[in-house]
Design a protein. Structure first.
Length: 367
């Protein structure tokens, strides 16, 4: 199986499963080719809540651990309830399993660029190239001191992780046909072909993924272990209550507590500000690296922030982030990339922030 980050799959099918395996949950969509937009045929989400009481009970972690037994059990249960028709899987790779960077090379022919990529990759990938699967894509050009440079997005994942994902899906009767970075999948569902420089913040249970996109291409990517669970921990420690109770209070009141509940938002601020600090660092690095010379849109700075992931459901978080960065925080519904039964509307309003990666995977071959 080729990694297939950027290439189309050989022998396209009419249905695919987009499967996003996060640190504490699995999201799955079954998508069918449509006459216009792709059609949502099925979806499901299963979350392991054991991590609330046992911090080491996660599906996978940024320490590069992959808990195959637990994932197989969860997937088998989810598939038994959904009964999807397709067995062709496009799955996500979390950002902490992926090496990626933007290279700037003098503008040259496609043939010469291909020849140079092996040498360039060795400078940035901290592993022997025989141990990784590489892919790359030209994402822009710019002029520096009268010389034209091309911008190349380079991405790699270890062969070991590719084989582990293949083995995982084989055990549940599915065929893995492509792997893709969660950041690329989110961009496809939230900011496809959008020229506006955008920062996408995916706040999960145990990690936060930060991606910057321009012109529909990933320009910068980083990750932090400060996430939604960090906020619950702060409440639990501050009030001396169980983490499960803290999680419940966080979801109910968010940052909008008044009176006695105001203490909740105060307790969460240190962890939330840690996430915002990482966001600010990403913004600064991006703008320092590219300045005002990005060729795709000619924009001078980031113009908006999109929040996604379960942490995006925190009440009051949009206003707080807008105030901190002076940028509009916008809601983008990834289900808008699909056709679906209108009766699902109210449900989708509740779950849409959880499915940006899975939908980006599911629609990959139909756009």
């Amino acid at each position: 199986m080729a990694l297939g980050f950027f290439s189309s799959l050989f022998g396209k099918n009419d249905r695919y499963l987009g499967i996003d395996i996060g640190t504490t949950s699995i999201k799955l969509v079954e998508v069918e080719r449509g006459k216009g937009l792709p059609v949502l045929k099925n979806y499901g989400m299963l979350e392991s809540y054991g991590y609330l009481e046992r911090s080491n009970e996660v599906i996978q972690a940024s320490s590069l651990k992959f808990y195959e037994k637990e994932v197989v059990a969860l997937l088998n249960y989810l598939l038994s309830r959904m009964k999807p028709r397709s067995h062709q899987v496009i799955a996500s790779l979390p950002s902490f399993l992926v090496f990626n960077t933007i290279l700037e090379l003098p503008l040259m022919s496609q043939e010469d660029t291909v020849k140079s990529m092996g040498y360039q990759a060795r400078q940035y990938i901290p592993l022997p190239l025989t141990d990784v699967t590489l892919d790359w894509l030209k994402v822009g050009e710019r002029e520096i001191n009268g010389i034209r440079f091309q911008q190349i997005f380079l991405i790699a994942v270890t062969n070991e992780h590719v084989e582990r994902y293949k083995s995982l899906f084989k055990k549940v009767g599915l065929k893995l046909v492509a792997l893709e970075s969660e950041s690329l999948a989110s961009i496809r569902s939230l900011a496809l072909k959008d020229a506006v420089p955008t920062l996408i913040v995916d706040i999960g249970a145990r990690s936060t993924n930060i991606a910057i996109t321009e012109g529909g291409y990933l320009r910068f990517n980083s990750q932090t272990d400060f996430a939604s669970f960090s906020l619950s921990q702060s409440i639990a420690q501050g009030l001396n209550i169980t983490i499960s109770r803290a999680e419940e209070m966080k979801r109910r009141h968010g940052l909008l507590g008044t009176g006695g509940d105001y203490e909740l938002s105060t307790l969460m601020m240190s962890s939330l500000d840690a996430i915002l600090s990482e966001i600010g660092r990403a913004m600064n690095e991006y703008e320092a690296r590219y300045g005002n010379t990005l060729a795709v849109s000619g924009k001078r700075r980031l113009e908006r922030i999109i929040l996604t992931g379960g942490g995006a459901k925190l009440r009051g978080i949009e206003k707080y982030i807008e105030e901190q960065f002076g940028l509009p925080v916008v809601k983008v519904n990834p289900f808008s990339r699909l056709l679906f039964d209108e009766q699902m509307g109210p449900i989708i309003e509740e779950i849409n922030s959880y499915f940006s990666v899975a939908i980006g995977l599911g629609i990959r071959q139909f756009l």
